[in-house]
Design a protein around this ligand. Structure first.
Ligand SMILES: [Zn+2]
Length: 216
């Protein structure tokens, strides 16, 4: 009996030692959750806005960043796991050289158009051509992956919603020709990407992916 108790005790101790893993893994899990929680709650909120389950009618109405009467397929939406995991950004599939229109009035505060490299690997990220426009409420919109020499405005220019500002392309981290569009807002001194409402043929919408969206 004592022998069995001894075996049982040793077994018990080794289980306790091993069980440190059980204490460590929930800790790691909780830390991981708290790190990603802000993006998770943003992602959940974005889904509810896209499905119309959260109603809001006070935010700015953006226009689709391409010509009136044209449609483009939204191949990636907000916070998707492909390359927008922590990004409130939209990817519109479009042929190289498609006219990009300002989605909102503003001032050109950043641009790059010298690059001519692009591909589906993060190492190409540094080669993106882009335009960033600041709006009068301090938010900013970014237009990414433009073609080489495809920026049609200058730094400091005032642009109007619907004005042609650039030509699309495939520069930077981009596996196929598309426009990556995003809006940032400053919250508590840090820039955060946010979903925005658009005027579409179907009315005011937070765009859902895998659909064609027509600029009315
Ligand atoms: Zn993108």
């Amino acid at each position: 009996m004592t022998f069995f108790k001894g075996v049982f005790y040793k077994d018990f101790i080794s289980r306790v030692k091993n069980s440190r893993l059980y204490f460590v893994s929930p800790f790691v899990f909780i830390v991981a959750c708290s790190l990603s929680r802000s993006h998770d709650s943003q992602a959940i909120q974005a889904r509810l806005l896209q499905k119309g389950k959260i109603k809001e009618d006070t935010s700015w109405v953006y226009s689709l960043p391409y010509e009136k009467g044209t449609s483009h397929l939204l191949v990636q939406g907000y916070f998707s796991s492909l390359s927008h995991k922590n990004r409130a950004a939209l990817d519109f599939k479009m042929k190289r050289g498609t006219k990009i229109l300002a989605a909102r009035d503003g001032i050109v505060i950043r641009l790059e158009e010298r690059n001519n490299k692009g591909g589906g690997n993060r190492k190409f990220r540094q080669y993106a051509n882009l335009v960033v426009i600041e709006h009068n409420d301090g938010t900013k919109a970014g237009y990414w992956h433009l073609q080489q020499n495809g920026v049609l405005v200058n730094l400091g220019d005032t642009v109007k919603q619907g004005q042609v500002i650039a030509l699309s392309g495939k520069t930077g981290y981009s596996a196929f020709p598309h426009l990556h569009f995003l809006v940032w807002t400053n919250k508590n001194n840090s820039w955060q990407q946010v979903p925005t409402r658009f005027m579409t043929l179907k009315g005011l919408r937070y765009l859902r992916p895998f659909r064609w969206w027509r600029n009315p």
